[in-house]
Design a protein around this ligand. Structure first.
Ligand code: C2E
Ligand code: MG
Ligand code: MG
Ligand code: MG
Length: 281
């Protein structure tokens, strides 16, 4: 009995492992030509001023539609792009596209929107990052302070000199730095002390909890106070309900982002996007 159970468990495990490895290999194989085949599209999710209820900018979120695999989410393909080094050209594509969109968007609405782009750890290892960013800003005719790089502490945990150098260079350039998924890692606080951040993004898991329990509400409140004392703007991610939004307003949160306003949408929709929901105070 025990033996057959053990064997079943074993074969179940290998089947799962097999599927995972096959899927990974499949994605990796398709990912290699995806850029050339034009299968990526940058989507944008609006960021909204909590007080004023107007759009202040957007976050660029990459989408991949492969003809054979269908649509694959960034949570699945970004780690593979990172481990294969493909994130370097893909990341450059995202920076280029989103800055060109920002220039268009600004012209259309005459507003000082910002664009937030996610950066992976390995993009710092590419010595060409800074000069590429400079050129992309120049080509799009966008000033550096309109661009925000969202970094999770995974980048910083690397603790390598090239990371420190790249961050210092970006800071000198005038690009804004944003700490993504704040609260999910182990030592976000010490990184806030060490590096020059401009924004702090409270992770969606805390935002989700603020209307449900006092612990998350108190944590978010303390995080906002701490961030403000360090002169950081606070962004809440994953805002899905009006209740969350009003509570974030009460707690002094500056910027909100989430399905309540909009899912990430393609450029042609973002251009016309208007905020139709505001807190009813
Ligand atoms: P992230 O940077 O923390 O992005 C926020 C994620 O939360 C996005 O998932 C977004 O679609 C989702 N989201 C936004 N509002 C809500 C909401 O109200 N409710 C819920 N449930 N989810 C919400 P997405 O687009 O699937 O991206 C996942 C992650 O993949 C990102 O997390 C980011 O770490 C990474 N990623 C996406 N695009 C890029 C990219 O161009 N470069 C790099 N390096 N990473 C990227
Ligand atoms: Mg992000
Ligand atoms: Mg995030
Ligand atoms: Mg994330």
């Amino acid at each position: 009995q025990a033996k057959s159970l053990g064997r079943n468990t074993y074969s179940f495990f290998t089947k799962e492992m097999n599927d995972m490895i096959l899927r990974r290999l499949e994605i990796e194989g398709r990912l290699h030509g995806a850029l050339e085949r034009n299968e990526f599209e940058v989507y944008y999710q609006p960021k909204v001023n909590v007080r004023g209820g107007c759009i202040v900018g957007a976050e660029a979120l990459l989408r991949w539609l492969d003809p054979m695999l269908g649509s694959v989410g960034p949570d699945e393909f970004i780690p593979i792009a990172e481990s294969t080094g493909l994130i370097i050209p893909i990341g450059k594509y995202v920076i280029e596209q989103s800055l060109q969109f920002l220039a268009l968007w600004e012209n259309d609405h005459r507003r000082d929107y910002t664009m937030a782009v996610n950066l992976s750890p390995c993009q710092f290892r590419d010595g060409g990052l800074i000069s590429f960013v400079k050129k992309a800003l120049n080509d799009a005719n966008v000033s550096a302070e309109r661009l925000e790089f969202e970094i999770t502490e995974g980048v910083l945990m690397v603790g390598k000199a090239y990371v420190d150098n790249a961050l210092a260079e970006l800071y000198k350039l005038g690009v804004k730095l944003s700490m993504d998924d704040f609260g999910t890692g182990y030592s976000s606080l010490s990184y806030l002390r060490k590096y020059e951040f401009d924004l702090l993004k409270i992770d969606r898991s805390f935002v989700n909890g603020i209307t449900l329990n006092k612990e998350d509400r108190d944590l978010v409140k303390a995080t906002i106070a701490m961030a403000h004392s360090l002169n950081l703007l606070v962004v809440a991610e994953g805002v899905e309900t009006v209740e969350q939004l009003s509570l974030l307003d009460e707690l002094g949160c500056d910027i909100a982002q989430g399905y309540y306003f909009s899912k990430p949408i393609p450029a042609r929709k973002m251009i016309d996007f208007q905020i139709s929901k505001i807190t009813d105070k």
